[in-house]
Design a protein around this ligand. Sequence first.
Ligand code: HEC
Ligand code: HEC
Ligand code: HEC
Ligand code: HEC
Length: 215
Amino acid sequence: MTGKAKTWAWCLGTVAVVLGATVVYQKSFEVFSDAHAAVAPSNETAPLQAFPTQVMGGITTPSVATDTVDAKGRPVALACSNCHAVREPNRHTASGTDLDTFHQGLSYQHGGLTCLSCHHSENYDRLRLADGTQLAYERSMDLCAQCHGPQHRDYQAGSHGGMTGYWDLNQGPRERNHCLVCHDPHFPSYPPMMPVFPPKDAGHPKTSHATHSNH
Ligand code: HEC
Ligand code: HEC
Ligand code: HEC
Ligand code: HEC
């Protein structure tokens, strides 16, 4: 090839690579925006992806265990509404120490919220959104999202709460943890981490704290 032809071939090659990269970038962006739909409220239609995004560790309606067993020997659990349908709701309760007749010992520290900010006063088998709507426990992430928009957005974008699996849902499935896998709704501050040894500095082994201890 002459010098000129080489330059042309090089230019064409570069253009092709740039175009290709653009297509790949746009493609990944489409997948990225579909990922938002995958964890958005469930009344939206499912995205057209080969594999799903699965949220691990969701919850179902809680109940209160009792010491009684039924005729088949299975422990009897009481639905929350069993007692609460006949009890006047207490809108002021906002701490574990307020509870002296039942639910004693509940460790509770969540931004000074009253219990009935989240539990529905007319139906204790449901959660409550700010506008008063009842919300099934299965949809509890919508409750967290309502007050923690930035973290929920980060979560949807994959930068809060972690994820495993595939970015490209056409290649394979993706798993995410529910907020409640890491945060207790009553005591949501993340538990302190176990301290670990600092990384060894290969260049200056003598200054590494981890190697000092036995001398
Ligand atoms: C055996 C009866 C019983 C069951 C079952 C029960 N509760 Fe309660 N609950 C009580 C009593 C009694 C209080 C008041 C405690 C106090 O203030 O000392 C209370 C208080 C509460 C409060 C504080 C607000 C208020 O109205 O007093 C919340 C929230 C609550 N319960 C949620 C639940 C949930 C959720 C469940 C189901 C997992 C449940 N309860 C099951 C008896 C019950
Ligand atoms: C930020 C929202 C929120 C607030 C505020 C809140 N709860 Fe809950 N509560 C939940 C969720 C979500 C669950 C279900 C947890 C699960 O199943 O893992 C739950 C579960 C419960 C349960 C049944 C399971 C258990 O932990 O014993 C009781 C009882 C309860 N809440 C009582 C209360 C009381 C009493 C208060 C106030 C002192 C309160 N909650 C405040 C969200 C909340
Ligand atoms: C009604 C509003 C409301 C709801 C619903 C709510 N939160 Fe909160 N949350 C708060 C407030 C207020 C704080 C305190 C913020 C502060 O101190 O700056 C807080 C604090 C937190 C923190 C930080 C705690 C700390 O001490 O570091 C976490 C984590 C958290 N919430 C998780 C959740 C999760 C998970 C849910 C869903 C079960 C939820 N929240 C539902 C209002 C809410
Ligand atoms: C895999 C575990 C994990 C999951 C899942 C998770 N978080 Fe967190 N979250 C954390 C950690 C770790 C922190 C930082 C705690 C700290 O700095 O003390 C945090 C901090 C927070 C805070 C405090 C403000 C901040 O940014 O420091 C809020 C609010 C919060 N998370 C809400 C949520 C909500 C809402 C969800 C679900 C949409 C969620 N988290 C899912 C681990 C998780």
